[in-house]
Design a protein around this ligand. Sequence first.
Ligand code: PGA
Length: 245
Amino acid sequence: MKKLIVGNWKMHGSLGATEALCRNLYNDLKRQPRLTQICEFVICPPFVHLSTAVMDTSGAPVSIGAQDCSAFTEGAYTGDISAAMLRDLGCTHVILGHSERRIYHNETDETVARKAVRTHEAGLTAIICVGENEQERQQGRHREVVERQLAGSLPEGANTENTVIAYEPVWAIGTGNTATPEDAEAMHAFIREKTGDIRILYGGSMKPDNAGALLAMPHIDGGLIGGASLKSDQFMAIAKAAQKD
Ligand code: PGA
């Protein structure tokens, strides 16, 4: 199975920066066709740059994802974007329940599950994020927390076609503190027991120099990459690190 390499651009960049990054990715992937035999690629720019990203990567082996969607189908929800709107634009994936949304927007597991239902109804793949914070890890409650998040955030009907899980320990996101490959693998094996064959990505300070060891783990099926996805050479170097030979 190919590794799934997902870039989460968060609230970074301008229209011009998005165009430049897409152009670089397009050219890099053209030059290195072997990479697409070992990896699948998804990039998730901010909402307002999605259309541009869809156009600028047209013909390249890169799918486009959003960073969130509404829990509602349509209606009077000022400022919200529905999953169907994202599908219309040409998106194929939606990141849901990222810890930054759980923390800054008080998203609960229940909200995430409702958004995932809308995502599935629209025919898109939900990338559902789970992960413990530092205190929960120190208290040895990380498995319990992730188990609860999985039970609450994955809706009925989640399967290998429409869902990807991202394990992102909150203490590793944007901090430079990656989980060790062994700790990450232990959690991924635990998640696998609960969710079967659904793909599981690792996220949290994944960089070119630690990606090889993480992606070599049997239950780590790819990466959800924040900071390092904003430079196409780093993003490509992470994908290259997935190569075993
Ligand atoms: P990071 O972000 O790679 O910058 O740690 C990962 C994420 O939040 O998805």
